[in-house]
Design a protein around this ligand. Structure first.
Ligand SMILES: Cc1cc2nc3c(=O)[nH]c(=O)nc-3n(C[C@H](O)[C@H](O)[C@H](O)COP(=O)(O)O)c2cc1C
Length: 194
């Protein structure tokens, strides 16, 4: 297990990169907490090279998009139950529905991955029956690439700028914990009690 600041930064990054690549990775779908205190699971889609930024995808109609526009504060909470490692990342978020990054993220999303953006109403809208809100012909089928393009209007990326994070491992040895703050010279770490 890592025991220096640099090793912990590398470890956090490795865990998040694995989460991006591997849907079975323990940190694939962390809890994302907005400034209003609401929390939800989201799939992490990208983590940049020095842990300064994370990317998520979302439906532009979802309530969290309005929340983030009003209050950019965000926390991302990820946990690896096998290694008993918790990552708590905090920073600010912004939503982009248009632009090069949103276009590239949409282009890299498969037709099946795009299907949720074809729902007739956005997440949280009331329904009159226990159903998915997908058009009937798509409920049991993946859309064709052409069909999936209609979802682009509802697709957005959430970009998180990470300004601090907390690395914690609990174990029989009493565990290890460090807090990191981003400064102009990079990450500044301090050891804190688990
Ligand atoms: C396994 C799983 C993965 C999910 N991934 C995402 C995701 O990547 N993006 C997203 O916006 N919502 C995702 N959701 C749905 C959210 O948890 C949430 O229900 C939805 O985004 C509405 O959130 P809001 O009301 O806070 O806007 C996922 C839910 C589950 C159970």
């Amino acid at each position: 297990m890592p025991d220096s600041f640099d090793a912990l930064i590398d470890d956090a990054l490795a865990r998040l990169n694995r989460a991006v690549r591997d849907r079975d990775a323990p940190m694939h779908s962390p809890v994302v907490v907005t400034g209003d205190g609401d929390a939800r699971i989201m799939v992490v889609r990208a983590a940049d090279g020095d842990l300064a930024a994370l990317r998520f995808h979302t439906d532009a109609r979802s309530p969290k998009v309005r929340t983030i526009a009003a209050d950019a504060r965000i926390t991302v909470l990820a946990y690896d139950p096998f290694d008993r490692v918790q990552l708590r990342l905090t920073g600010t978020a912004r939503v982009e529905q248009t632009g090069d990054w949103a276009d590239a993220a949409w282009a890299a999303t498969s037709p099946l991955g795009r299907r949720c953006y074809l729902a007739m109403v956005g997440p949280g809208a009331p329904l009159s029956a226990p159903e998915s809100a997908l058009p009937a012909d798509l409920r049991d089928h993946r859309p064709t690439l052409a069909q999936s393009e209609a979802g682009r209007a509802n697709f957005a990326i959430v970009l998180v700028r990470v300004t601090a994070f907390d690395w914690l491992r609990l174990g029989r040895d009493g565990g290890l914990r460090a807090r990191f703050e981003r400064s102009e010279c990079g990450w500044q770490g301090e050891w804190i009690a688990p």
